[in-house]
Design a protein around this ligand. Structure first.
Ligand code: NAD
Ligand code: UD1
Length: 332
């Protein structure tokens, strides 16, 4: 079986390509290297001892996609390519709508044209907006608070419309909670440019001495210690969720949404403490104002993914903290 992976050299994409190769899938990756480096290709090959085809190109470019479909019999697509920074999407909404929607529409048109109707799409827990209760189930009402989130919800709606119009499609919409950690080898992981927006990459840079102090955004939330609670999920567990989703859509038609989380919520301070303990290193922090748009707590009910896809997260918070730091130490 041959899988096209868009954005396959990025953070989640690279880990998923590793698991696809480990499971003997043939892989074609398209990535324009906007937020990744070509060297990731060789690192994936080093980890797996397997080869795959890499096309440096833009998913918005129909000609490049058509060439891939002409030259390969693609059985299914995993679509990671897109921009993902919430704050930036508020500043540059057009850039986000253009890239995230255009890439998806172009991809869907070409898939349709070449009769490849199996897709796994990277959505996000951000589509639940401010959930009324916890844990979050797939049936909860959907809403968004920023352009990035709106692109995800719009794409979900487009996919649901496509399926309504043509029941031959088989689509898994995966709603990720908070992916963290890295591959055990330390060869691939998350390396955001500049000052990170997300918690774990920030903690790692403070631990490493690159940044001075973590700002904990608010300690007056309605949570165990007042700091924000999230459902952190190891990126390798998340990648394995994609393998299960691919297996499922290769056999079943339809469209479905799945939460991929652990179901466990950790507060900012609990994560800091776990990181310090596991890595034997101090993380300086100070409490600051809340970040606009943040919610108290967010964690998944992932029982649907367990029941239908046969997937469940295995790795705990300690492994997430250990692997996240290992990646940074190994790539100084
Ligand atoms: P990433 O930025 O590391 O990976 C995305 C990859 O897509 C990058 O390698 C980038 O160069 C590529 N890309 C972007 N636009 C492209 C285009 N037009 N053509 C070709 N390549 C393009 O991000 P990630 O963390 O691996 O996220 C993957 C997907 O999962 C994204 O769609 C993201 O929105 C979604 N997601 C991520 C998170 C998270 O916390 N990381 C959470 C929920 C959902
Ligand atoms: C953010 C995005 C969300 C996206 C997710 C992907 C926002 C508002 N939301 O979610 O759309 O799907 O990333 O992983 O950006 N925190 C600090 N100090 C920091 C950074 C974060 O205290 O320097 C706190 C936050 O207030 C939050 C928790 O850590 O309580 C997690 O934050 P983050 O890693 O940014 O993830 P989310 O806000 O859940």
């Amino acid at each position: 079986m041959k899988i096209l992976v868009t954005g396959g050299l990025g953070y989640i994409g690279s880990h998923t390509v590793v698991e696809l190769l480990n499971n003997d899938y043939e892989v074609v990756v398209i990535d324009n290297l906007y937020n990744s480096k070509e060297e990731v290709k060789d690192k994936i090959k080093a980890i797996t001892n397997k080869d795959f085809q890499f096309v440096k190109g833009d998913v918005c470019d129909k000609n490049v996609l058509e060439k891939i479909f002409i030259e390969n019999k693609i059985d299914a697509v995993i679509h990671f390519a897109g921009y993902k920074a919430v704050g930036e999407s508020v500043q540059k909404p057009l850039m986000y709508y253009r890239n995230n929607l255009d890439s998806t529409l172009t991809l869907l048109e070409v898939m349709n044209q070449y009769n490849c109707k199996r897709l796994v799409f990277s959505s996000s827990a951000t589509v639940y907006g401010k959930p009324a209760s916890l844990p979050i189930k797939e049936t909860f009402p959907l809403s968004t608070t920023n352009p990035y989130g709106t692109t995800k919800l719009m794409i979900e709606d487009i996919l649901r419309d496509i399926y309504k119009s043509d029941n031959d499609w088989s689509i898994a919409i995966l709603r990720y909670f908070n992916p963290v950690g890295a591959h055990k080898s330390g060869l691939i992981g998350e390396s955001p440019n500049g000052i990170p927006n997300n918690l774990m990459p920030y903690i790692v840079k403070v631990a490493d001495g690159e940044l001075e102090c973590l700002s904990v955004f608010g300690d007056d939330y309605d949570t165990v210690d007042g700091t924000g609670v999230r459902d952190y999920i190891h990126v390798v567990d998340l990648s394995l969720g994609h393998i299960k989703a691919i297996e499922y859509i290769l056999k079943n038609k339809g469209i479905d949404e799945y939460n991929l989380g652990t179901g466990n919520g950790f507060s900012v301070l609990q994560l800091v403490k776990a990181f310090e303990k596991v890595n034997g290193i101090k993380v300086n922090y100070k409490i600051t104002d809340r970040r606009a748009g943040d919610i108290d707590a967010c964690y998944a009910d992932s029982s649907k993914a367990k029941e239908i896809l046969g997937w469940e997260a295995q790795k705990g918070i300690d492994e997430m903290c250990k692997d996240a730091y290992n990646f940074v130490i190994k790539n100084k």
